[in-house]
Design a protein around this ligand. Structure first.
Ligand code: SF4
Length: 214
C-alpha cells in the first residue's frame, strides 16, 4: 500500500457510517465513487468510520457532493463519535444490546454543546471491545444491566474512567450519562477533556452532583 501512497494527497473524507454499521448498497456506492476519482485506498478508522484517503481537497468536495452529504466532519467540540460493538444482537458474549443503546445515545446526546471533543464507547459485555474505560463516556453491559464510566481517555494522556453507575436499564444509563455531561459542561474549562477535568477535581464532587436530584 505504501508504494502507491501519493506524496501530497492526504485529505480524508468520512461519509458515515455510524457505529460501524454499513449495508452492501452503501459499500457499493462508496466503492463506485472511490473508483471514479482514482482513490487509492479506504481506511476503517478506530472510530468505526470510513476514511477515503489519498486525494486532494478539491476531490474531497466533489466526493461529498456525489455522496449527497455535507462537507465534514468539522466538529471540534461536542460528541465526536459514538462507538458501539455488535452486542447481544450479534455477539455470543453480549449481555446487553449495545447497538440499540448507541442509537438512543445518538438521538439524545449527539447535538449537545460541550466544552471539548467527547468520545463515547458502548460495549455489550465486560470484555469492553469498545474500550469503554478509555472513553469520555463509556458504557458496558453485564447480566445486571449497564455500567457507566466517566472521564476515561486514551492517546497521549491515558486515564481509566471512573464507574459512576451500575445495574442500569437503557433509560437510567442515558439519564445518568446526560447528568455527567451536564456536570462536565458546568465544571470544565474551555477545551478541557473529561479526563483532565477528573484529574483536576475530586470524584466525590461528581458523585455528589449525580446524587442530587436534577
Ligand atoms: S464487548 Fe462483548 S458483546 Fe461487544 S463485541 Fe466484545 S465480546 Fe462481543
Amino acid at each position: 500500500m505504501t508504494e502507491n501512497r501519493p506524496e501530497e494527497k492526504t485529505y480524508n473524507v468520512l461519509p458515515g457510517p455510524r457505529m460501524g454499521l454499513v449495508t452492501p448498497a452503501y459499500l457499493e456506492e462508496i466503492a463506485a465513487v472511490a473508483r471514479k476519482h482514482g482513490v487509492p485506498f479506504l481506511k476503517i478508522t478506530g472510530a468505526q468510520r470510513l476514511a477515503i484517503a489519498g486525494h486532494s481537497p478539491e476531490t474531497a468536495a466533489k466526493i461529498w457532493q456525489e455522496l449527497g452529504q455535507p462537507e465534514g466532519p468539522k466538529k471540534p467540540v461536542g460528541i465526536h463519535y459514538i462507538q458501539a460493538c455488535p452486542g447481544k444482537a450479534w455477539c455470543k458474549y453480549g449481555r446487553q444490546d449495545s447497538l440499540a443503546l448507541g442509537k438512543k445515545f445518538e438521538a439524545a446526546l449527539l447535538a449537545l454543546p460541550l466544552p471539548a471533543k467527547t468520545k463515547v464507547g458502548i460495549s455489550g459485555c465486560q470484555f469492553n471491545c469498545c474500550e469503554s474505560y478509555l472513553r469520555d463516556l463509556g458504557v458496558f453491559g453485564t447480566t445486571k444491566g449497564w455500567s457507566l464510566v466517566f472521564g476515561g481517555n486514551g492517546g497521549g494522556s491515558p486515564r481509566i474512567g471512573d464507574v459512576v453507575g451500575e445495574g442500569l436499564n437503557d433509560d437510567e444509563v442515558l439519564s445518568l450519562a446526560r447528568r455527567c455531561l451536564d456536570y462536565y459542561s458546568q465544571q470544565a474549562r474551555k477545551m478541557e477533556r473529561t479526563g483532565r477535568l477528573m484529574r483536576r477535581t475530586e470524584l466525590a464532587d461528581l458523585q455528589k452532583y449525580l446524587e442530587t436530584p436534577a
